[in-house]
Design a protein around this ligand. Structure first.
Ligand SMILES: [Zn+2]
Length: 206
């Protein structure tokens, strides 16, 4: 899992929803391309064709607002024709239709974004499994330590399977990563891998 490309096809009016759902997905070491972030206003979405052709998975965000979007339907068709898997993210099952009618996707639960993000991560983790890996590939995020003058890369290794992560979340537990240099500890929600807080280290290096 490194360097894979995720293309997110969505309607302009769903940009905010997409940004919420993908905020932590973007911390993983693969490229996340959210269409409306990459197409400036007034510029053609067609120029993303190369991006689409080189993606490892296309996430199609299907909502009541996007149902009539020709772009999404065409991006789905283009991906499938190129043999790229499409993961539908839908508000209601009937929005899938067409080629992705029978494709298992992720239901968007607006009342419970944590659960939606968790399910999205489950599917991405399965789809982006490196060849020959275990059924539950290890997953990680890496970020620079936020202590001023440290900035050392900190890695959160996610060795637990998704079922276990959900249990930890339900029990209010957190995942932790520690900076090797300054000893600061970072806390994350096990379900969404969202950042929860930092505890400053005591062995600050000079
Ligand atoms: Zn540090």
């Amino acid at each position: 899992m490194t360097g894979e490309q995720v293309f997110v096809s969505h309607a302009p009016s769903d940009l905010e929803l997409v940004q919420e759902l993908f905020s932590t997905v973007k911390n993983f070491p693969f490229g996340v391309h959210i269409v409306l972030e990459e197409v400036g206003s007034g510029r053609s979405r067609k120029r993303l064709e190369g991006r689409l052709a080189n993606s490892d998975i296309v996430v199609a965000v299907l909502t009541n607002r996007s149902a009539g979007s020709r772009w999404i339907n065409q991006e789905i068709g283009y991906a499938l024709a190129k043999g790229i898997p499409v993961l539908p993210l839908y508000e209601t099952e009937d929005l899938r239709g067409g080629f992705v009618n029978d494709v298992e996707g992720v239901k968007i639960d607006r009342e419970n974004p944590s659960f939606t993000i968790f399910n999205l991560l489950c599917r991405l983790r399965g789809e982006l499994a490196p060849l020959g890996a275990m059924s539950v590939p290890n997953w990680y995020i890496r970020f620079p330590c936020t202590i001023p003058d440290c900035g050392h890369p900190v890695t959160l290794d996610i060795t637990q399977g998704q079922t276990k992560l959900w249990k930890l979340h339900q029990h209010g537990q957190q995942l932790t990563a520690t900076c090797d240099i300054c000893g600061s500890k970072y806390y994350f929600d096990p379900a969404t891998i969202g950042f929860r807080g930092r505890e400053d280290g005591i062995q600050r290096s000079e």
